[in-house]
Design a protein around this ligand. Structure first.
Ligand SMILES: Nc1ncnc2c1ncn2[C@@H]1O[C@H](COP(=O)(O)OP(=O)(O)OP(=O)(O)O)[C@@H](O)[C@H]1O
Ligand SMILES: [Mg+2]
Length: 381
């Protein structure tokens, strides 16, 4: 800019340079029609060597204006105007009082805390969800720290929709990548909503470590900064997976993982849960096993006692049977002796008293046996 005032469209006065990007220069400006209200004018660069490149850049620039004019979200910069003047293209936007995250980190010289980064990442997930669910869906395609502004209220705002485009559009812009932040598929022009997830993961890596993410590699912030919480590390690793299928499949999924670490692929939390569960199972098993053992012992004792009772009863039954047999034999012997005596007496009249004597002898013999072997145990006959 020269010292002389530059007023565009008779309305926007350029007052200073805010930043230089790959696409052009961003000026601080004042809207003279609205009492000098601050605004920003982005001018498309005009130093292209090849006319074809210029045409492409103009097409991107127009598309940036077109995309922004359709969007309305508190975390997306508002577009105010778009015009061509003296063969230059301009985009006028609201002025965001603040700086981009790259500059803030450079100045501070050290990584941000996990809490801080997670807070911003959740807000960006909200914006991505809004873009991806827009009709038609918009893929941002250039998420990186220089394109994220932090306003004075501490909220993030996305600027630079230069390569953002509706999902279905097949423009030839496959070569537009930001090394380290663009996912592998974007190098061959196959960007989809998961490509923005990758870029957010890579951006989180930078903010958590102050190191640039390595292009075409999954990022693991804990390898550069041991203070990074393991669940945050896992979110970044998952988001920057090289295969889109292995990433969060939507911004909502990624935000859920950031909001409730238990629901996400956080191995340390998962491990803690598994250990807790295993511990509980072991305690339950040990207690259960002891109880089971106690019950088993008591039923074994009961069984033994019942077996002893049965054995005793069997023995008693055996004694009684033998006793019965002995008595039967004694009675038989007595009856036999009586019968023999009766036969003898029949042949000798007047000798009846001998029958009584004989019966007495037999009875005596039986009684003696009863006395010497009452249980009949010595009687083997
Ligand atoms: N609306 C705005 N309010 C305040 N500052 C802004 C605004 N828009 C852009 N900037 C500043 O200007 C810088 C460059 O803007 P932008 O990213 O839009 O340009 P670019 O040329 O597309 O950059 P690049 O291609 O390198 O990403 C931003 O990083 C930011 O610091
Ligand atoms: Mg930019």
């Amino acid at each position: 800019m020269t010292d002389s005032k530059v007023v565009l469209q008779g309305r926007y006065e350029l007052v200073g340079e805010l930043g230089q990007g790959g696409m052009g220069t961003v000026y601080m400006a004042r809207d003279m029609r609205l009492n000098g209200r601050p605004c920003v004018a982005k001018k498309l660069r005009d130093d292209f060597y090849v006319e074809e490149d210029k045409q492409k850049a103009v097409a991107f620039f127009k598309r940036e204006a077109g995309v922004l004019s359709c969007l309305q979200h508190p975390n997306i910069v508002h577009i105010l105007d778009y015009f061509e003047e003296s063969d230059n293209y301009f985009l006028v936007m609201e002025y965001i009082e603040g700086r981009n995250l790259y500059e803030i980190l450079q100045e501070r010289g050290e990584p941000f805390s996990c809490e801080q980064v997670v807070g911003w990442a959740k807000e960006i997930c909200d914006v991505l969800e809004y873009l991806h669910e827009h009709d038609p869906p918009v893929i941002y395609r250039d998420l990186k720290p220089t394109n994220i502004m932090l306003d004075v209220k501490g909220h993030v705002k996305l600027v630079d929709f230069g390569i953002a485009r509706p999902c279905a559009e097949n423009a030839d812009n496959t070569h537009v990548v930001s090394a380290g932040y663009s996912p592998p598929e974007q190098y061959w022009g196959a960007a989809d909503p998961r490509s923005d997830i990758y870029a957010l993961g890579a951006t989180m890596f930078f903010l958590l470590t102050a190191a640039e993410p390595v292009a075409l590699h999954p990022s693991s912030p804990v390898s550069c900064n041991a203070n990074v919480l393991s669940y945050v590390n896992e979110v970044v690793e998952c988001a920057t997976a090289q295969d889109p299928q292995s990433r969060y499949q939507s911004a909502r999924q990624m935000r859920d993982a950031l909001v409730s670490p238990v629901n996400m692929k956080d191995s340390s939390r998962r491990k803690q849960l598994i250990f807790a569960l295993a511990g509980t199972l072991i305690v339950v098993f040990v207690l259960g096993y002891n109880k089971f053992h106690e019950m088993l012992n008591s039923s074994q004792q009961q069984l033994k006692a019942s077996q002893q009772i049965i054995t005793q009863q069997d023995q008693e039954k055996g004694y009684l049977r033998k006793k019965l047999r002995t008595y039967s034999r004694a009675v038989e012997a007595e009856e036999k002796a009586i019968r023999e005596l009766q036969v003898k007496v029949k042949g000798q009249p007047g000798k009846t008293s001998d029958v009584d004597n004989g019966a007495a002898v037999v009875a005596q013999v039986v009684d003696e046996r009863e006395l010497t072997d009452p249980e009949g145990l010595l009687d083997n006959h």
